[in-house]
Design a protein around this ligand. Sequence first.
Ligand code: AMP
Length: 274
Amino acid sequence: MRAATGIAEVRAILAGVDRPLGFVPTMGALHAGHVFLVSAARAQCATIAASVYVNPLQFGPGEDFERYPRDDEGDRARLKEAGVDVLFTPETQTMRPAGFSTFVDVGKIATTYEGASRPAHFRGVATVVAKLLGIMQPDALYLGQKDAQQTAVVRKMVRDLDLGPQVRIVPTVREPDGLALSSRNAYLSSEERAAAPTLHAALERLRDLLQRGVPKETAIVQARRVLSERAQLEYLDVVDADDFEPLDRLRGNAFVIGAARFGKTRLLDNLWIH
Ligand code: AMP
């Protein structure tokens, strides 16, 4: 695995690699979900590049940027073992040098659900992903289904701006009890960890009720009952997978989505109905 922190350095490495080039952007603190993204890319691309960059632009004031888990050595070892060929680990002054002032605004899709709860989040995600795509110039971009609204935002940006790569969505890796793997699971106390899989269970209940034709409002009320008392629900809904507009009933190409706080930790999850 070759590693670079500078833009000229990583471009020089990428200029000589076999195509297609698959790219897996991450914020580090890597787990089996990230490794699965790399494996998916490995199966389809001649060369795999990954980045580790904790993007300050996508954290709001008072969010967990400062305490976001960091494990540079562990990440490097995991990516190497997973089969990454090129690792890009830029510094913030590289991604956002003095005078940087251009931002990507994808419009309404960035203002609902995660965007309502975290107003500048998707602007930060879209801006950094656009910059990373400009640097890496991949043929395929690999994103986890776990962050469903992020997949819709990035696909829209890539389409609207003709940024080039195919965007490929990789299924969510879960713990045996259903909890979606997340770098933030490390924050959970043992009681919160025990309660956290009820978010996934509530999504499954909501999906099942909708599939049986139960009206959405009733189905949401019933699905909420599956959640642990420790969960503070932010939203449960069913949305179109492309534009994230709410749907009245379940159909193909939809996400059943949810977000809840367990103590101070905010978790999100979804089911993809193809
Ligand atoms: P992050 O480091 O949390 O920004 O995530 C980097 C990429 O890994 C994103 O595309 C995420 O959607 C994806 N990812 C995060 N958790 C999982 C998971 N449990 N299964 C599959 N992919 C995931």
